[in-house]
Design a protein around this ligand. Structure first.
Ligand SMILES: [Ca+2]
Length: 232
């Protein structure tokens, strides 16, 4: 250390070598300044590029709307069950995502060993704007075992409750795809047909003339929110 200091002071004190040293220093400083500016130029380009279109995490707060209706459906007839969906049952800033329906019944004739009736259901693909052609839909079904019949309709395009990532300039733009009120508003019509089955046909004591069928509608609505994802 002592040697180095004396060596440097020797150089600096040498009048002849001073200009040379300053020239080398100047070149060094200029070079590093250039490199720094180049680095920051491209780096800033990269930063601007990254934040040019922000990325958003869109999440959904779901709320289920349930309605239940029981009708006594006579043998050999079809009954209609209706579900009205409008501003009175959809919360503000909420949209209609999915519909699940459970149709249930049991043997209620009271007759000994009376087999379950044959119940078939059909949700008419009309009345509301929905993804009626979606492959996940189950619009009809039947049972003769007193088991539940499950139906499903995809109403809002690509909504399944999971978060999605979108790139857009603003929060409004990020939510634009998830803010369409026209989906799911209107009236649905589920047709339920009952055909009773009896243990012994024609016996007055074994008459089974109707069945109580319960339709449970469960409508999944959602409220979307978007949060900007800050990338490091
Ligand atoms: Ca029966």
């Amino acid at each position: 250390m002592q040697e180095e200091t004396s060596y440097l002071s020797l150089i600096f004190s040498d009048e002849d070598s001073r200009p040379y040293i300053f020239a080398v220093l100047a070149v060094f400083l200029l070079t590093s300044a250039y490199q720094t500016s180049v680095f920051y130029y491209f780096k800033s380009e990269e930063i601007i590029g990254k934040y040019d279109v922000p990325t958003w995490d869109v999440s959904f707060e779901s709320a289920d709307l349930s309605e239940e209706e029981t009708q006594i459906v006579a043998d050999g007839t079809t009954a209609s069950y209706f579900l009205d969906i409008d501003d009175s049952n959809i919360m503000e800033n909420s949209y209609v995502g999915l519909l699940n329906v459970v149709v249930s019944y049991e043997e209620t004739s009271g007759n000994f060993a009376d087999p379950c009736d044959f119940v078939s259901v059909n949700l008419r693909p009309e009345g509301i704007l929905a993804q009626w052609d979606n492959q996940s839909n189950v619009l009809s079904g039947s049972s003769d075992q007193c088991t539940d019949i499950l139906l499903f309709v995809q109403i809002y395009p690509s909504f399944d409750g999971s978060n999605v990532t979108v790139e857009s300039e603003s929060i409004d733009e990020a939510l634009a795809h998830w803010s369409n009120e026209t989906y799911g508003r209107g009236e649905l019509n589920l047709e339920v047909e009952v055909n009773t089955q009896q243990r012994v046909e024609g016996l007055p004591t074994q008459q089974d003339t109707d069945e109580a069928v319960t339709v449970s509608w469960r409508l999944t609505t959602f409220m979307p929110t978007a949060t900007q994802i800050d990338e490091e």
